[in-house]
Ligand binder design. Structure first.
Ligand SMILES: [Fe+2]
Length: 493
């Protein structure tokens, strides 16, 4: 491997025992460029594109308690073409990152502290948090867009070099949430934001030319905490779920999420360019859903798959330090119990039907995004370590036959949300590679692991060694080389 450490950021974090600042979650402060990668197995020649992952990677000693969703955004990217791979990692140079670099300490308190502890106004729905741009990442119009789940700016980077282009200019005043969605067929990006002021939700569409085409208010009953949206070929599916900040406590600036078991889940379905009056609302079983997998149209119905949480506000985590027991409970998928679930919304009758597709605890899934918005047969999910926000394996589901397969990543090896890289020339939906970064605590190193998506249970096709052990992280995306090159050509001319 030819690896160059191009930069080092000084951390001010004191030694501690925080479960999400140590072990597999130990942050990184070195930024690397690496080529001529060392590979265990053989790097396939029929993979072309970039796997990009965001990571919560804190730089400064926190003000009060640290929640791992607040770490500064760090992007890890590995690109493939012609049997070669390259790796780069960079902090996202957010406004907050640069401001804290200047003063060399934290300026914003986190989710678990009273907002009055923040020393400057914050961003997004909460209004007092740092926009760390550390939640999600997608590649649209040929460039990475990194985002924060409480809403904020969108930061643009080059997917191959991680060169930084700063904030995206079309982002509205209320910011954008994590999980904007790309329709690869049209190149359109669908996004939303949410806030504590009426109308509490907005939805928008950006074209493949990176221009804002549509932006509308969505009237919902109060401040809500939507985390994701879904789309089908013609429709966008918004949500108003009964887990939100307690309105009474919110008057005292206390942000405590509660599950209102008697309030139904609501889904707002509208044409992609629909106006506010075109939204049809559907009711469903009360739950919370962090992530949707896909949606598609079937006659009069819109079909939506996602992970239905059976226990969305799990209370306390037994055995954790008292000041962290609520945070640790919210990070334990075994307590939240998300299950693969299907909703069917009948646009003619207004009826909703729904069912579990599996009883396994799964989340952080993906599909072959080439069929995004259209009927998909397969999905791929992450398997969590009980008690921890760590992924120990991956599962594949055939949603037509009901069959499933799984693979473990190995002892003390933790992966990230998988990306699906279609094999160059593939014609079948599952003909491709599942890509993930793995943090190996036994070997004290990290790898990018490729699995044959047709036979995930067979284990890795190859393992590409990275120049350093990287922190565990979550959201990731696969971007196709041909799409990035086409966007570059469009930009050039
Ligand atoms: Fe997410």
């Amino acid at each position: 491997m030819k690896a160059t450490r191009v930069n080092h950021i000084e951390s001010t974090i004191k030694p501690n025992t925080h479960p999400y600042m140590n072990g597999a979650w130990t942050p990184n402060y070195d930024e690397y460029d690496a080529t001529e990668m060392d590979v265990i197995g053989e790097l396939p020649g029929d993979i072309d594109g970039v796997y990009v992952r965001n990571t919560e990677n804190p730089v400064h000693e926190p003000i009060g308690r640290y929640h791992p969703f607040e770490g500064d955004g760090m992007i890890h990217a590995i690109s493939f073409r012609d049997g070669k791979a390259e790796y780069h990692n960079r902090f996202v140079r957010t406004k907050a990152f640069l401001a804290e670099q200047e003063v060399r300490h934290s300026l914003w308190a986190g989710l678990m502290e009273h907002p009055s502890r923040s020393t400057r106004p914050g961003w997004g729905a909460h209004e007092h948090l740092k926009d760390a741009s550390s939640t999600d990442v997608i590649v649209h119009a040929g460039r990475i867009l990194s985002t924060y789940y409480q809403c904020g700016d969108g930061y643009r980077l080059d997917p191959y070099t991680l060169e930084q282009f700063g904030t995206e200019s079309w982002v509205p005043l209320d910011g954008i949430s994590a999980h904007p969605k790309l329709d690869e067929k049209t190149g359109e990006l669908l996004f939303f934001n949410y806030s504590k002021h009426a109308p509490f939700l907005h939805y928008g569409v950006v074209g493949p030319d990176n221009r804002l085409k549509h932006y509308i208010p969505v009237d919902i009953p109060g401040p809500r905490l939507p985390h994701d949206i879904a789309f089908s070929e013609n429709y966008t599916i918004l949500n108003d779920l009964p887990v939100f900040w307690d309105p009474e406590l919110l008057k005292k600036d206390i942000h405590a999420a509660r599950f209102y078991r008697d309030i139904p889940s609501r889904f707002g379905i509208l044409p992609r360019y629909g106006d506010p009056s075109s939204i049809k609302w559907f009711e469903a079983e009360p739950t919370y859903v962090l992530h949707w997998l896909n949606a598609w149209e079937d006659g009069d119905e819109v079909v939506l798959d996602g992970y239905f949480q059976e226990n969305p506000v799990p209370g306390r985590y037994e055995g954790a330090p008292p000041e962290l027991e609520r945070m640790m409970a919210f990070l334990d998928q075994n307590l939240l119990q998300p299950k693969l679930h299907r909703w069917r919304f009948n646009l003619k009758t207004g009826q909703t039907t729904e069912q579990h597709l599996d009883d396994e605890i799964l989340e952080f899934g993906t599909i072959n995004q080439r069929v995004g918005g259209r009927r998909n047969r397969y999905c791929y999910s992450a398997i969590s370590k009980p008690g921890w926000f760590l992924f120990t394996g991956l599962a594949k589901h055939d949603l037509e036959s009901g069959r499933s397969w799984s693979v473990g990543l190995g002892p003390e090896r933790y992966g990230s949300e998988p990306g699906f890289a279609p094999r160059v020339g593939a014609t079948e939906e599952d003909d491709g590679y599942l890509v993930t970064f793995v943090t190996d605590m036994v070997e004290d190193r990290s790898e990018c692991v490729l699995l044959d998506a047709r036979h995930i249970e067979a284990g890795p096709v190859c393992r590409i060694l990275l120049p350093h052990r990287i922190s565990s992280g979550t959201h990731a995306t696969w971007a196709h080389g041909e799409d990035i090159r086409a966007a570059e050509a469009r930009r050039a001319g």
